[in-house]
Design a protein around this ligand. Structure first.
Ligand code: ZN
Length: 167
């Protein structure tokens, strides 16, 4: 297993829709292992493959009840509304109150190639929506209301300039 550096905004891989996994083989098993190790080390409650630079539809998560993974996940259903201070390993150290549906149901494959479904409220619902967003190349920043998004992007730019990474 290996720990990978986590890609951070504005890395273009985070804006690129990931490709579906065509065949679940040793490479995919290793990818899932590496993603778990990287997620636990971060630490975080969820991680999508693009966040370690792999543009494939694989997500892992653990909201406190053990490790779960989904290959080629799709969001089937959402309902309700819940505001939660949401963060992202790819936008490190920042949290914003984000309103999203409270309930989510998602389906994908596990490493055995079997269809598997997760459904839940609150944190589980949020993690499913957040990680499946990553698969579509969508970052948390895009889920912020326009005004807080502008402010967030400004703060991130200023921080980058302070670190000497800016223009
Ligand atoms: Zn994220």
């Amino acid at each position: 297993m290996a720990i990978f550096p986590i890609r951070v905004y504005p890395d273009p891989v985070l804006r690129t829709p990931a490709a579906p996994v065509a065949r679940i083989d040793g490479d995919i098993r290793r990818l899932v292992d590496d993603m778990f190790e990287t997620m636990y080390r971060a630490p975080g409650v969820g991680l999508a493959a693009p966040q370690i630079g792999v543009a494939l539809q694989v997500v892992v998560f653990d909201i406190g009840d053990g490790p779960h993974h989904l290959i080629n996940p799709v969001l089937l259903e959402t309902s309700g509304s819940w505001s939660f201070d949401e963060g992202c390993l790819s936008v490190p150290g920042r949290y914003w109150p984000v309103r999203r549906p409270g309930f989510a149901r998602a389906r994908g494959l596990n490493l055995a190639g079997k269809e598997i479904e997760y459904a839940g409220e609150e944190l589980l619902g949020r993690v499913l929506q957040h990680e499946i967003d990553h698969i579509g190349g969508i970052l948390l920043l895009e889920r912020l209301p326009r005004r807080s998004r502008k402010q967030a992007l400004k703060e991130i730019r200023e921080e980058e300039m302070l670190r000497g990474k800016g223009r």
